[in-house]
Design a protein around this ligand. Structure first.
Ligand code: 26W
Length: 831
């Protein structure tokens, strides 16, 4: 065997190893080749001659995994020995994408592996593309969790991510005749080489049943929960390698299974079919990711999922803590539990249940332990996305947890009464139970009350948390809300996805720029240097040619790489306003038709994103984009000055191709509605200039890049509130804008849907009378800002601004974000 002894550490840890060495030295390449060949035979059980590209991918991944495992065990042992505090990141979503290139980059083994694979006669890029994209998340929140896992490993913070091992991740999107269709995703179909099934880490998860109160003479009464359903959670661990391979953490995902059929009454009564259906019911819990984004799922299965992963994770955390420390009371000094949105809020009552019912700790002590251990990140203030659950459903599924929530609420409302006095409105507004129209448990309030820190994800969002949704809670518990502006991992979103730019940056700022992103500042004096601008633009052009090839081969649309690539890639949602971008395309189309000889800037408008399957208006917007594309792209009168392209099945891997090829980044949400955004950071880091509203982290991007290097337009958050208060009718705005009138009338005439002229009536109607997202209200200013983009595109100022965007993005590294969490929330010292 080739890898019986640990690989030579000096190779992996070399500090100034280049990101992509031209080729590894001969013996390491030979070692890798021979290991890959043995994996094909011994792990896949195949003759090398019969191996297909997928077999090669599995063999390469297993070969790399062997090297990671040594480092992983070492990281764990070292943390254990030092008694380090650990972070537990609880998230229903981890949008990790592919792992091979990530792990290769971070292990500094990209060069040797590429050489080894190609020496074996295999196309490395094809092998890389054979890995399915792990899409265990919907969008921003799930991708943030993945970036954070990588940054925690990079900063050598002992951490573990906890989530669900969904058998089917986010649906595959097919665009058929312009309409989105959803198909199940099958990432596990051909096996997953990264994970380790932990057959010995299994917990019982219980639901339903009833409570018994046991009165005790000299002590408070006790409550016994007698559940009527038990299922099991089995752990699967995936190693997450930090930059330079110094530290490796685990992502632990739970898979649901029925208890041993021999333990099922139905089975023992001879009802084998009944037993099968019980098994299917248990396994349903980890079958699908809920594909909703910003709209509550509202289904019992979702609540079952939430409890399933929370309970398994907490049992695991407490077991581990007791094993290493022996004293359950010291939990807050050894564990920080971070709740990624409200989806894991049940951690609050579950930790209380385990402490009080299982470990017999008094209520007040248990509450102190709980609040000192847990903290909560909020990712959205959209009222429709704030999770609540019907009390009746809760009581049926988790009676003991509801009981605990009521008990927490008693103390909490007593504190509220003291604070707010007779003000019943404030008391009702902070209660864990919403009594307006059917009683519901407020998961955001529950997470807030059970946490010592609550954070928003951009400066503006955290401020709006204090002023709006959590205003009363903030007044009751002042100082708990803090801001942690999001970040992105530069390893994936620069080094790996844009290797050519990375080499140029290494040339310009020194190789250390890979470890110290602040060095990007050294680009500033080069931003005016014509020779440097040309090198920078040559990289961008090469990336655009690659994207153009993908578009041509996938969609049959030919786009000119010298045109401006105007990109909006994200979930499709009305508040993100893909519609504003699309109607601007229509307005521009009409303007070009009216003045074909004008000095127009050739543009390719590129859209990509998925709509929740049940979100009708978002799906109609996808159809609208495709239909206007059909008309515009095929109209010879505009001579290719404008094209509209919708790239189907947007996912992490698609983003890795689109982001480096973008010139203009569309971040145009209605002000006050996008909590942060992280795509805005990825695009700016790769040299795209932002056109955006004063929303979320755009504001901080503006502060960093400077106002001459970004295009800002539109109403501000407070103006949005004022304008909505005046009503949603946009008739006045439309009549004062001939351009907008022209656009809406064309939509209504069926110019873009001649086969069904009324198809887009709901869109025209919203633009005219229900302008909740201020698409009509912001249209003129957006159109103006887009013409300023056109002007700048033709001047050397474009390259300058683009370079300055890259130069000034260091602060948006998720390493910075994680350092702030470690200091202010987790209380973990960093060296
Ligand atoms: C209950 C249904 C549901 C599901 C998901 C409600 C809300 C969500 C998420 C909070 C949606 C989400 O991904 N939010 C995004 O989080 C990113 C990371 O912080 C931010 O950058 C985005 O602005 C925010 O929309």
């Amino acid at each position: 065997m080739v890898f019986e002894s640990p690989p030579k550490q000096d190779r992996i840890l070399e500090d100034d190893a280049p990101i992509r060495p031209e080729s590894g030295d001969d013996d390491i390449v030979a070692e890798i080749k021979s290991a890959i060949l043995s994996k094909i035979v011994l792990a896949a059980g195949k003759d090398v001659k019969r191996a297909n590209i997928h077999d090669w991918y599995i063999a390469a991944a297993l070969t790399l995994r062997d090297r990671i495992v040594y480092q992983w065990l070492q990281s764990d042992r070292a943390a254990q020995r030092r008694g380090d505090k650990r972070v537990y990141y609880l998230s229903l979503e981890f949008l990790i994408g592919r792992l091979l290139t990530d792990a290769l980059t971070n292990m500094s083994l990209m060069g040797p592996f590429r050489t080894a694979v190609e020496d074996l006669g295999i196309d490395f890029d094809a092998l890389r593309d054979a890995e399915p994209d792990a899409a265990l998340g919907n969008g921003g929140l799930g991708r943030l969790a993945a970036c954070f896992m990588e940054s925690m490993a990079t900063l050598a913070i002992p951490a573990r991510g906890y989530g669900i091992r969904y058998e089917h991740g986010l649906f595959r999107q097919i665009v058929s005749d312009g309409w989105q269709e959803e198909f199940p995703e099958q990432w596990l179909l051909s096996g997953n080489p990264w994970e380790f099934e932990r057959g010995d880490v299994v917990f019982d998860i219980q639901y339903g049943g009833h409570l018994d109160r046991i009165e005790q003479t000299d002590k408070p009464s006790r409550t016994l929960w007698i559940p009527d359903e038990t299922i099991q959670a089995v752990a699967y661990d995936t190693p997450i390698v930090g930059w330079r391979g110094h530290h490796v953490n685990a992502l632990r995902l739970w898979s649901a299974r029925a208890v041993d059929p021999m333990r099922l009454d139905t089975f023992n009564n001879g009802d084998h079919l009944g037993a099968m259906s019980e098994m299917a019911r248990a396994e349903a819990i980890s079958k699908f990711l809920y594909p909703s984004d910003e709209t509550p799922a509202g289904r019992a299965l979702r609540l079952r999922q939430e409890y399933f992963f929370v309970s398994a994770s907490l049992q695991d955390i407490l077991d581990r803590h007791l094993h290493s420390d022996g004293d359950i009371r010291s939990l807050p000094s050894h564990a920080a539990i971070q709740l990624n949105d409200t989806h894991p809020s049940l951690a609050v009552p579950e930790l209380m249940r385990l402490l009080v019912d299982k470990y017999q700790i008094g209520w007040d002590d248990a509450w102190d332990i709980t609040t000192r251990t847990i903290s909560y990140t909020n990712h959205t203030l959209l009222p429709e996305a704030l999770e609540t659950w019907q009390v009746e459903l809760f009581e049926r599924m988790l009676p003991r947890h509801l009981d605990i929530i009521y008990r927490i609420n008693v103390d909490h409302l007593a504190a509220a009464e003291k604070h707010f006095g007779a003000d019943a409105r404030s008391r009702a507004s902070v209660s864990l139970i919403d009594e307006t129209g059917g009683r519901r448990v407020r998961m955001g309030h529950l997470a807030f009350v059970g946490s010592h820190r609550i954070n928003g994800v951009s400066a503006m969002h955290s401020e709006l948390m204090r002023e709006t949704v959590f205003a009363d809670l903030n007044s009751l518990y002042p100082g708990r809300i803090t801001n942690k502006t999001n970040g992105i991992t530069f390893r994936r979103w620069l080094h790996q996805c844009n290797p050519e730019l990375t080499s140029l940056l290494q040339d310009a700022c020194g190789a250390a720029v890979l470890d110290e992103p602040e060095r990007l500042r050294m680009l500033e004096p080069l931003s005016d240097d014509r020779a440097f601008q040309q090198r920078f633009q040559a990289v961008k052009r090469a990336n655009k040619i690659a994207l153009a090839q993908t578009i041509a081969s996938q969609l049959g649309i030919v786009v000119d790489p010298s045109a401006l690539f105007d990109v909006q890639i994200k979930r499709i949602h009305e508040y993100k306003r893909q519609l504003l971008n699309a109607i601007e395309a229509v307005a521009l189309y009409q303007a070009i038709l009216a003045n074909p000889e004008g000095n127009w800037t050739p543009r390719i408008k590129i859209f990509a994103g998925k709509a929740a399957a049940s979100y009708r208006q978002a799906k109609l917007i996808i159809k609208f984009i495709n239909d206007i594309g059909n008309v515009i792209n095929n109209d010879p009168a505009i001579r290719d000055l404008l094209k509209v392209v919708f790239i189907p099945n947007y996912n992490v891997s698609a983003a890795e191709i689109i982001v480096p090829a973008s010139d203009l980044s569309e971040q145009i949400s209605t002000a006050g509605m996008e909590a942060s955004g992280t795509g805005n950071m990825k695009l700016a880091l790769n040299g795209a200039i932002t056109i955006g509203t004063l929303d979320g982290a755009n504001i901080e991007i503006l502060e960093h890049v400077g106002e001459e290097n970004i295009f800002i337009f539109g109403m501000k958050a407070d103006e949005v509130v004022q304008r909505r208060a005046m009503g949603l009718d946009a008739t006045g705005i439309i009549s004062s804008s001939p351009m907008l009138t022209g656009v809406i009338e064309a939509i209504e005439r069926g110019v873009f849907s001649p086969d069904d002229p009324s198809r887009f009536a709901p869109i025209a109607h919203a633009l005219r009378f229900l302008d909740h997202y201020l698409v009509s209200a912001d249209f003129e200013d957006y159109y103006r800002a887009q013409r300023a983009v056109d002007m700048k595109w033709h001047s050397p100022e474009w390259a300058r601004s683009s370079i300055l965007n890259v130069a000034r993005m260091a602060w948006f590294s998720s390493d910075r974000t994680i350092r702030e969490y470690a200091e202010d929330i987790w209380n973990i010292p960093l060296t």
